[in-house]
Design a protein around this ligand. Structure first.
Ligand SMILES: Nc1ncnc2c1ncn2[C@@H]1O[C@H](COP(=O)(O)OP(=O)(O)O)[C@@H](O)[C@H]1O
Ligand SMILES: [Mg+2]
Length: 389
């Protein structure tokens, strides 16, 4: 198996995830699902593995929404995908296709376009497409995999305004309610709560996701992470005096993120280094320290002003404190530490809500006692290095 950080790896090289996948299918029997986790933890890979082997009775339509920027694009992309995927399905025989041609939709060089204008044709096209497919697939159940939907919602909000983003959410919710055999599995590297909080600021009061189940994608289970490292060491032919120990070191130093495991092996290979625990540790340190930021960790810091508008200096102070403390911190100690750094910080309630948000955004984890610590040791290490702590 060759190292390929960030690339489309063959499905049979997507290791582990079996329990998560079984749980997702089981949940989808009853509910639609939102799956949130950091970039590169392996969400898309989970979808690809699910799509490759759906259980009997499911029909999957999988789409990457990261580059969809308008409501029209969304509706036509869904329509196009559905239409293309079903060769048996005569274009004139279904109501979405008929609607598309009736309103003057065009197809030029394979690109579908709705007519310009104020009419919200995308709504009808979207609902009819889903209805058609649900009917056509019966008795199979239909599930849409919508990868990175929050990015799409953010783009739509920027380009077309809050109202259109809200309408999309409302249409999807009503489709979920009306079509009993329809499910969606949505992934997001940014939490939907960020999109929603912007919409709420614009007076959106609906709860568009409260009928969906939240699933978190964690890093790989340690045995799967080690297995991945072992196969990559073998596949790249890295010299090693003890492959087991090297694989363990790679899994551990990479926090069991499959992307970092691929990256470490790639780095060892291209530097002509052996797979030995000490070499692995030195390689990780050099990656974390590199001014080129090869693992793109800077986004953990750069997104803070947009994630926590107005609170960024407090968030930095919280993370700085936790990056240097040698144990999980109780709220009281965090509060005291912040007060000594920021005279202005006297609002305990605000600290509590920031901590909750940081927890939700996977910066922090909580011990059973309620103490806070960095969620990922690797990110904590990088944070301390990057901030010169
Ligand atoms: N289960 C897995 N087994 C092996 N490699 C994986 C696995 N999941 C992810 N990867 C590696 O990590 C990279 C990023 O994974 P991806 O699924 O694209 O993450 P996300 O969609 O969460 O950003 C992939 O290109 C691949 O190299
Ligand atoms: Mg992805």
């Amino acid at each position: 198996m060759k190292s390929n950080p960030g690339g489309q790896i063959p499905v049979d090289e997507i290791l582990g995830r079996d329990r998560l996948i079984a749980d997702l299918w089981d949940t989808l029997h009853r509910l639609s699902v939102v799956m949130t986790a950091e970039r590169r933890i392996g969400k898309t890979s989970v979808l690809r593995k699910m799509q490759a082997e759906p259980p009997a009775g499911w029909f999957v339509v999988s789409m990457d929404l990261e580059r969809v920027h308008t409501a029209n694009e969304f509706a036509t992309a869904v329509f196009d995908k559905v239409r293309d995927g079903l060769s048996r399905w005569k274009q004139t025989a279904h109501s979405a296709g008929k609607f598309f041609s009736d309103i003057g939709g065009t197809e030029i060089a394979g690109v579908l376009k709705l007519p310009e204008g104020k009419d919200r044709h995308w709504k009808t096209l979207l609902t009819r497409t889903v209805d058609d497919l649900v009917t056509h697939q019966r008795p199979n159940r239909l599930v849409f995999f919508w990868d990175e939907m929050p990015f799409m919602l953010q783009s739509i909000r920027h380009r077309e305004g809050e109202e259109t983003a809200m309408e999309i959410l409302d249409v999807l919710r009503s489709v979920r309610q009306e079509a009993a055999d329809f499910r969606m599995l949505v992934t997001g590297s940014i939490g939907l709560h960020h999109v929603l909080s912007r919409l709420k600021a614009a007076d959106y009061t609906n709860a568009p996701f409260n009928d969906m189940y939240d699933v978190e994608v964690t890093p790989l289970e340690p045995p799967d992470a080690e297995e991945l490292a072992r196969r990559l060491i073998a596949g790249e032919g890295l010299p090693s005096s003890d492959r087991g120990a090297a694989a363990r070191a790679i899994a551990e130093q990479g926090d069991c993120f499959p992307y970092y495991i691929h990256s470490i092996v790639k780095r060892l290979k291209s530097s002509g280094l052996a797979a030995e625990p000490g070499v692995v540790a030195a390689t990780v340190t050099s990656q974390l320290n590199s001014p080129d930021d090869p693992w793109e960790l800077l986004h953990y810091r750069e997104r803070i002003p947009s994630y926590y508008p107005g609170d960024d200096s407090f968030v930095l102070a919280i993370l700085d404190h936790l990056a240097t403390s040698d144990r999980p911190e109780p709220v009281a100690r965090l509060f005291a530490a912040l007060q000594t750094q920021h005279e202005a910080f006297s609002d305990r309630e605000r600290l509590l809500s920031l901590l909750k948000l940081l927890h939700r955004d996977h910066y922090l984890a909580r011990t059973p006692e309620g103490h806070y610590t960095f969620r990922f040791p690797l990110i904590r290490r990088w944070w301390a290095l990057d901030r010169g702590l």
